[in-house]
Design a protein around this ligand. Structure first.
Ligand code: ADP
Ligand code: MG
Length: 686
């Protein structure tokens, strides 16, 4: 249970003054559901403003403080239009103070015509007119105070303003309890970090590197510690040593020799399986690297040891694909393979359940349905989890309860992760990397094309379809706002459908799973020729006849993501093409990034370069550390402090693995604070 001392932080935001149903929504949109989240909603940056007497002294884009006198209010022409207050510094020298949405009501009161007001905000240009959109401050007097302010700038969502958020943060900070220090004193002194609550307060007040670093370190330390607790728990568990004798694998007739890296991975897995402690291994390999056959070999080892194996796929369609592939590969061995998904009902399902119980089924492939309570196994000893990043640690732990003893676990992922981040994601697992492709892979012809040439691209898609091939079309990520992405995808889908008719299907994140599966299946079966999608194209889907990938506004995606998307094509014998459409205003890094996509198909290299190039933070959602498990630590801080945090966590585990000493107790609090409490929960069992 969560320590009581944290309770004030884990109540919902309406515990704060001024938060009602209206404000909860925009807060939740930012992921701010509880007081804790508000306290950790750190400013994106800080702003100081220059006082100017006259608009002519200021330049567009500058943060200024200026005295202005409203001369006219112009109401919005429609619901979505802006409300403008025209104001001047000297007669005729006009600037518009512009408000959208509900904010316009306040504008009416704040800016009476003819009365001078101090206005602070960022000077912009709108057509020929100077304007300040949603001024940060409008006050009757105190212009010099405004000019001295160093103010936090917070990420907002619609319905929130800077002062509103700042007010909530202030309240949240007042509720901070006094927590015991979890950082080891030598480390703490060496870095000259502030204590936890001081660090939070300082981080909201100004550029305070030490404070920010300490908060990031906390998060990294919590993560490392939790992963180590999982690992330690795993070591204590009783597994089932599996020794294969080669009797089944000897009957395999693979159409290709295994690559060196595949052999190495299989040997590593065999080495784990003979141990008493259950295996906890990640098989990391780019799309097409050949993970399936490695998984098959592992499962056959389990069968040779007269136990059962299960392969868990994230979706039904992927489960079916795996089932078909494995059956074809394993046919000569005579092992019994079954498919079990949520869709199976009645007799068919009953007979599979029987087979799992009496042991006549050796390998089952399926979705999470294979772990429902109603499913029991004769002797399940190995679980393979495909695309593991979809399964959190919590779910993995749930699996552990299935076998009589804890089954061995092999997770597979195609997501290339830079080496520095592997520790953060998979610190509790051993990793096997397939970092060499099977021979004879055709490189994907990758081209960067201006978005202006959209019509030509559509023609190209038409030719591809006419020749019996299939294509993917990935729509632009408009912003972090999912509904806008979907609107864009729907519009594109409608346009392409007009041209290509019912051959076009659409898939996006808000589609009901059945509809999504149905669309994916039509495409997988070749009935649909063009799949329009937001970025949610199923990982791992294998459609060899799809030979063209179009990605709109490619510069907005991370390299790793582009690489994953591109990996959907090039799966057949035929040459495939990837067209990266770029917007007109391409930055230097944007250019460099897309050039790299042309240059290399090595996912690991792209992941490393991505990390290097992302420093600038111009990509959507990656300013912090988008695809890491962290909300506070930036990529830079991860690089700077993760190794240390990891070592410190290990040291603590060595000294006090049960977390019962003073520092251990403090660390428990930290785990709850960062919601890594699954780590603590394992302790009780042990
Ligand atoms: P992924 O790692 O993406 O799951 P797959 O296991 O689906 O990759 O393998 C991709 C393709 O490569 C499959 O068609 C598979 O048969 C083939 N393949 C796997 N291993 C080899 C190999 N050693 N030599 C040649 N082809 C291979
Ligand atoms: Mg695969």
């Amino acid at each position: 249970m969560r320590p009581d001392i944290l309770n004030p932080l884990f109540v919902e935001t309406d515990a704060l003054e001024g938060v009602g149903p209206k404000l909860k929504k925009p807060l939740e949109k930012l992921g701010l559901g509880r007081v804790r989240d508000i306290a950790y909603h750190l400013p994106e940056r800080f702003v100081t403003r220059r006082p100017v007497d006259n608009l002519d002294e200021a330049s567009v884009g500058e943060q200024i403080v200026i005295a202005l006198t409203p001369v006219e209010h112009k109401a919005a022409r429609n619901n979505r239009g802006p409300y403008r207050v025209l104001a001047q510094d000297t007669p005729g020298n006009i600037c518009a103070l512009t408000y959208f949405g509900r904010a316009s009501y306040t504008a009416k009161k704040l800016l009476p015509v003819g009365e001078k007001r101090w206005v602070a905000g960022r000077l912009d240009e709108y057509g020929q007119m100077l304007q300040i959109v949603h001024p940060d401050h409008v006050v009757e007097d105190g212009g010099d105070t405004l000019a001295r302010l160093c103010e936090p700038v917070y990420a907002l969502s619609e319905g929130l303003t800077q002062p509103k958020v700042a007010g909530l943060v202030e309240q949240a900070l007042e509720k901070l309890p006094t927590l015991p220090e979890w950082i080891e004193s030598a480390q703490f002194d060496k870095q000259q970090w502030p204590g936890w609550s001081d660090a939070l307060k300082l981080a909201h007040k100004g550029e305070h590197e030490a404070a920010r670093n300490r908060l990031a370190y906390d998060e990294l330390f919590a993560n490392s510690l939790a992963l180590m607790l999982v690992r330690a728990d795993n070591r204590r568990r009783k597994g089932q040593p599996l020794k294969g004798d080669g009797s089944i694998r000897g009957k395999l007739r693979l159409p290709f020799p295994l690559t060196g890296v595949q052999k190495r991975a299989i040997a590593e897995i065999e080495g784990d399986l003979v141990q008493d402690a259950p295996m906890l291994r990640l098989l990391q390999g780019d799309v097409g690297a050949g993970k399936t056959v490695v998984a098959l070999e592992a499962m056959l080892v389990a069968n040779e040891a007269r136990t059962q194996a299960a392969l868990l796929a994230p979706t039904e369609i992927l489960a079916r694909q795996h089932y078909d592939t494995l059956r074809a590969m394993a046919a000569p061995t005579g092992v019994e393979i079954a498919l079990l998904t949520g869709r199976d009902k009645g007799r068919a399902r009953e007979s599979i359940l029987m087979g799992l119980m009496d042991g006549s089924i050796d390998i089952v492939v399926g979705t999470h349905a294979i772990f429902q309570d109603s499913v029991s196994y004769k002797d399940l000893a190995l679980v393979v989890i495909d695309e593991q990043h979809r399964f959190g640690v919590a779910q993995r732990l749930q699996l552990a309860g299935k076998g009589r003893r804890t089954p061995h676990a092999l997770a597979m992922t195609a997501t290339p992760i830079p080496r520095t981040l592997t520790l953060a994601h998979y610190g509790e697992m051993d990793v096997s990397r397939l970092d060499e492709m099977p021979p004879g892979r055709q490189p994907i012809d990758t081209r960067v094309i201006s978005q202006d040439r959209l019509a030509e691209v559509v023609d190209g898609v038409g030719r591809r379809i006419a020749s019996g091939r299939q294509a993917y079309w990935v729509c632009p990520m408009v912003r972090e706002n999912e509904s806008e992405d979907i609107a864009a995808a729907e519009a594109r889908h409608a346009g392409l459908k007009e041209r290509f008719g019912d051959d076009v299907v659409l898939v996006h994140g808000q589609l009901k799973p059945e509809l999504k599966d149905a669309a994916m299946e039509r495409f997988a079966r070749g009935e649909a020729k063009l799949l329009v999608a937001t970025t949610v194209i199923e990982v791992g889907v294998d459609v060899p006849a799809a030979t063209l990938m179009v990605i709109e506004q490619a510069e907005r995606f991370g390299l790793a993501q582009l690489h994953q998307l591109r990996g959907r094509v090039g799966r057949g014998a035929e040459k495939s093409t990837c067209l990266l459409l770029r917007g007109s205003a391409l930055s230097e890094t944007g250019r460099e990034r897309l050039a790299l996509m042309r240059e290399t198909q090595d996912g690991f290299r792209l992941a490393e370069e991505d990390l290097r190039l992302r420093g600038g933070g111009e990509l959507l959602g990656t300013r912090q550390s988008g695809d890491t498990p962290f909300r506070i630590a930036t990529l830079e801080q991860i690089a700077d402090f993760l190794p240390q945090a990891h070592d410190d966590a290990r040291l603590l585990m060595e000294r006090d693995g049960g977390l019962t000493g003073d520092r251990g107790e403090a660390a428990r609090i930290l785990l709850y604070l960062f919601e890594r409490d699954w780590g603590v929960q394992l302790l009780r069992g042990g």
